[in-house]
Design a protein around this ligand. Structure first.
Ligand SMILES: Cc1cc2nc3c(=O)[nH]c(=O)nc-3n(C[C@H](O)[C@H](O)[C@H](O)COP(=O)(O)OP(=O)(O)OC[C@H]3O[C@@H](n4cnc5c(N)ncnc54)[C@H](O)[C@@H]3O)c2cc1C
Length: 426
């Protein structure tokens, strides 16, 4: 399915539409279809996903192993530089480059094969977007060269949940202090996606104390983005913590920093810039693209399964198939809408719409997966079954951000209350 889209009304036509009730207070913009060049990028990643990634995913899932061979394929295909600007040798795809839909559709294709790989890929591409938007030229020269020429993999690590779970032995958190010529980072981060596979991590740390970007209650100006070379011997990966229900191949281990020195030249942007400019909002709809991939994969599995069982005449199955297809179409329309706002430079509206899209897509994807399970039955949850894995992966990945809080932020914006589209503030 590739929904055709009517463009927004011209000013003349908009004038003819009675403005009876404006429920959304924002424009409806739609990203145009990808250009042939961008369609080729999507086709290349789809080809890899279907022919290479899908076959490897059961082993990565079982072993909770970083999908290293998939990243080798992405490197060989030149796709690791997708979000690197063209002036530094990349394809120049991203939210500030007028073509973000292409990136999200590439992510969706990867997620259809493997949600964990999609998370690792998101982390890499999102890091490229941050460097493009916040780093200075010498840093871009240095780091983009490593990606384009040497296939270096990046990721962004904030995760320092502060409230200790009752089953947890020790807490997480880093302290960061200024020293001569740089910074010392000490402590632990959890949910460090791509740990053991990535070469560089953008650490979101605060000189005010533990908590990263999401869980820190200190003043925003203390939040720093520090590029950390993960080959530094003071950085170690603790593989004993990560044994989750799903998203196992993200290898989101605990990483320990033992007074890791990060030089001044690795500070990205100004202190607090990440929060004051709302950079997280570039990435929230990217998660929705991954959820959409889960929905499409479950739907396609279901379609093939019920056809093979000759159940197409069953009216309940017809309902599940019909509703799932509508869910997917709705998700595709939402992504196009948010991408259109980014492309049109309507950044404030894009930031809020991204949260709406992520909220909607979480529910549409979960509904589609549940319908697929109902239509296919118990055997579809017996391994090996991609539906079984998608069910586990999705139920875990949607915990990356709190949907109740997202919805509260949307409500606050409509009620004229103070709100932050990046992170919920109680
Ligand atoms: C597969 C996966 C990959 C991830 N990869 C990365 C990554 O690469 N980089 C990264 O930085 N992070 C990553 N994360 C981490 C994620 O961003 C969160 O930090 C993590 O999910 C927090 O864990 P938690 O839900 O157990 O923690 P908690 O912070 O304990 O949250 C539990 C629940 O309580 C809510 N909550 C928290 N504080 C409050 C409060 N004060 N009042 C009311 N409710 C509250 C939360 O919203 C949440 O719903 C990843 C998460 C997942 C699931």
């Amino acid at each position: 399915m590739d929904p055709a889209i009517s463009t927004a009304p011209t000013p003349l036509h908009a004038h003819l539409v009675a403005p009876a009730r404006d429920l959304t207070q924002h424009n409806f913009a739609i990203s145009t279809a990808p250009t042939p060049l961008h369609a080729d990028l999507i086709a290349r990643v789809r080809d890899l996903a279907q022919h290479n990634f899908a076959a490897r995913v059961p082993a990565y899932d079982r072993e909770a192993a970083f999908p290293a061979e998939d990243f080798d394929d992405l490197r060989r295909a030149g796709l690791l530089s997708t979000a690197v600007p063209p002036e530094y040798g990349g394809a120049g795809i991203g939210p500030h480059r007028g073509n973000v839909l292409t990136l999200w559709l590439m992510t969706k294709e990867i997620a259809k094969a493997d949600l964990s790989l999609a998370r690792c890929w998101e982390g890499h591409c999102n890091s490229m977007v941050l460097i493009d938007g916040m780093a200075h030229d010498a840093q871009k020269q240095r780091w983009f060269r490593g990606v384009v020429n040497a296939g270096e993999i990046w990721v962004a690590w904030s995760g320092e949940p502060q409230a200790r779970a009752s089953v947890q032995k020790t807490g997480f958190g880093t302290t960061t202090s200024k020293v001569d010529g740089g910074y010392l980072v000490d402590g632990k981060k959890a949910f460090a996606t791509s740990a053991g596979g990535a070469h560089w991590a953008i650490l979101l740390v605060s000189t005010a104390g533990p908590g990263g970007a999401r869980h820190n209650t200190g003043i925003a100006e203390t939040l720093l983005l520090l590029a950390c070379d993960l080959s530094d011997p003071s950085v170690t990966v603790d593989r004993s913590w990560w044994d989750p229900i799903g998203m196992r191949g993200t290898a989101s281990h605990v990483v320990q920093f033992d007074r890791t020195f990060i030089p001044d030249e690795n500070l990205i942007g100004r202190p607090g810039q990440y929060l004051s400019e709302g950079w997280q909002t570039c990435f929230i709809p990217h998660y929705a693209a991954t959820f959409l991939g889960a929905a499409e994969a479950a739907y396609e599995f279901c379609l093939e399964y019920v056809r093979s069982q000759d159940k197409s005449a069953d009216p309940y199955i017809q309902h599940h198939i019909g509703q799932s297809a509508i869910n997917i179409e709705t998700g595709q329309l939402w992504l196009r809408h948010v991408a259109g706002l980014w492309d049109a430079g309507c950044h404030n509206e894009a930031q809020l719409a991204g949260g709406r899209a992520r909220h909607v897509m979480e529910h549409l994807a979960e509904d589609t997966v549940k319908r697929s399970i109902r239509a296919c039955g118990a055997r579809s949850l017996n391994r090996p079954s991609s539906l079984e894995r998608i069910y586990r992966d999705l139920s875990f990945y949607v915990r990356h951000d709190n949907d109740d809080h997202l919805l509260a932020t949307i409500g606050r914006s409509l009620l004229g209350q103070q709100h932050d589209p990046s992170f919920f503030k109680p």
